[in-house]
Write a protein that binds this ligand. Sequence first.
Ligand SMILES: [Zn+2]
Ligand SMILES: [Zn+2]
Length: 286
Amino acid sequence: MKTPSLISLHGGHSGQFCNHAEDTLEEMIRAYIDRGFKSVGISEHMPPFGDEFLYPDEIEAGLTAKGLQKRFALYFEELERLKEKYRKEIIIYKGFETETRTGYQDQVKTLVNRYRPDYIVGSVHHVNDGCFDYSQEVYDRICKDLGSVDAVYLAYFDAQFEMIRTIRPFVVGHFDLIRIFDPAFMSRLETPGILAKIKRNLSLVKDLGLALDYNLRPLSRGEDAPYLAPVILDMAREMKIPVIPGDDSHSSVQAGKFVDRAVRTLEEMGFSTDWPVPRCLPVADI
Ligand SMILES: [Zn+2]
Ligand SMILES: [Zn+2]
């Protein structure tokens, strides 16, 4: 039996192109090569299209939406250079990670047409344009605004459904990120209303032939469960949806971390470790 290869299709955020990351993109790529990766997908965050969607740390750094869009163009140029420079050592898939702020479908379409990525990671970090994964404080405020934590979960999975339906990302990023600041997530994910939306979204992923990100970021924060909580991971296996590790790395130290363990877990659980090749599906007409 052949040993499954190491892979990450979500991550490689670098300090060069992302404000809340460290190190250059080249240092990230070298880290993957040093750790035995033969292929890797790099998925920098897409830029905002208006200054009202800047993250607080970007505002503090004096950045503008225009500036971030220019930096995003340089990101693809640099990826192309590194892809060529290291082509004998590693296959680099050029990607980016989506946002779902108002107007995102057209913006993603524009970026896909302009930069021709190999694939995209479809992620939801916002509910009603509020970024819920930024801090506990913001998360709590969004829950208060929507009336309950359950209501935020429901809104999140609806936003995710729309994103999957319209963007058709090859990889759906950290499917259950909405649990980030909720200590009661294990039971909440199994409440009937929420579970029904999870099943609906997984069916869509299956029907469109997409894959799920086995997102290892929680492990680097000292938590036990990667995204895809055990209950969702079990459903994905039953539905035979491909699940692919993503380190969601934001520094060269994090690049590739925990991937060997994740590959073993997936293999033991009976998932295929014959990783599908990333591709870009056409963004649906809305
Ligand atoms: Zn990030
Ligand atoms: Zn993300």
